[in-house]
Design a protein around this ligand. Structure first.
Ligand code: BTN
Length: 330
């Protein structure tokens, strides 16, 4: 795990705060209360981590480039949440952020701790699928939550994460992103993000809920496995240029925090209009699997537990999970 010490982060923040006026080494040393040689060493370590510094003829230094990395201190800088993402566990490469987050939760990690990775070697999707997670392209992250709500209400949390991701993409890019129940985020009808929730609960209460989300941010077409190129897209493909992954993650965490706190206080009801407004399948004919059979129906509603209500052969059934597709003829 790549680690930065507090002195390096203070140095970065000092330079970040002085974009116009370069600071010379002696002044940096005086401001940070450390010898110039140690500042030089920290600048070297930061350069190895991808930061670029410019020096003028009088040895004054400016921060020229911030690397495209999900470093914890970059996410924390400017993160406007009160609880979520206040502790971030950063990995360059990990098997799955959901697996690591569950380990941390079992060891007693607090609500809101976030695991984030630049790539996953065994990223997991819903329905036992893989989640392809190439290096530095996407956001692969898992939040540890400990909601004091009935176990049956927890699917609503994944729906709210999907809403937050969709809203954040739309806010930052101007491109409309929608959601497909239960928790896919779509742009132009193609999957851009997915959510995998791992619940640990007994009959009465939730111990922890890991909400893992994968967002295709800066992938290009060739980054996707051949079997999903026609179904998947990335924000970059949709808008024609890369998007700052740190900004998108900060936005999504901030948006989700207020939805989550409202959900814990008063349930999903108040947020159903936002969920339904973004939903791409409501009032449309769908197909879905039940007990091994392919069924047809019309998706008519989403209820206060986040279940999909489908009208099917004159009666209404509630779907808790699974894969649904829009009917081909539609
Ligand atoms: C889906 O199938 O739509 C859900 C995909 C969830 C992928 C994310 S990436 C971060 C977290 N870690 C995982 O192994 N999976 C989730």
């Amino acid at each position: 795990m790549l680690r930065f010490n507090q002195q390096q982060i203070d140095l970065l923040n000092l330079l970040r705060g002085s974009p116009e006026s370069a600071l010379c080494l002696d002044r940096l040393a005086a401001k940070l209360g450390r010898p110039a040689e140690l500042i030089e060493q920290d600048l070297d370590s930061l350069s190895t981590a991808g930061y670029q510094f410019a020096r003028d003829s009088s040895e004054c230094i400016t921060l020229a480039t911030i690397p495209d990395r999900l470093y914890a201190h970059e996410i924390e800088t400017g993160l406007q949440t009160c609880h979520l993402g206040k502790t971030i566990h950063y990995y360059e490469n990990i098997d799955s952020t959901n697996i690591r987050a569950a380990e941390l939760a079992r060891e007693g990690a607090a609500e809101g701790e976030l695991v984030v990775a630049e790539m996953q070697s065994a990223g997991r999707g819903r329905l036992s699928r893989d989640w392809h997670s190439p290096l530095y392209c996407g956001i692969y992250a898992s939040l540890i939550l400990r909601p004091q709500v009935p176990v049956a209400a927890t699917p609503g949390i994944s729906l709210l994460v999907a809403v937050s991701i969709a809203e954040s993409i739309t806010r930052l890019t101007g491109r409309q992103a929608g959601i497909k129940w239960p928790n896919d985020v779509l742009i132009d009808g193609r999957k851009t993000a997915g959510i995998l929730a791992d619940l640990s609960a007994n009959a009465r209460s939730v111990q922890y809920l890991i909400v893992g989300f994968g967002i295709n941010v800066n992938q290009i077409e060739s980054d996707f496995p051949a079997d999903i190129t026609d179904k998947a897209t990335s924000v970059r493909i949709a808008i024609g240029k890369p998007l700052d992954r740190v900004r998108l993650l900060q936005n999504a965490l901030h948006d989700f925090e207020s939805r989550y706190l409202s959900f814990v206080r008063e349930g999903l009801e108040a947020q159903l209009p936002a969920i339904k407004a973004l939903s791409s399948i409501l009032m449309k004919p769908i197909t879905f699997e039940q007990k091994g059979r392919t069924m047809k129906g019309v998706a008519v509603d989403i209820d206060r537990n986040g279940l999909l209500i489908v009208e099917c052969d004159g009666s209404r059934i509630s779907l808790a999970a699974g894969e649904i597709s829009l009917q081909e003829s539609y």
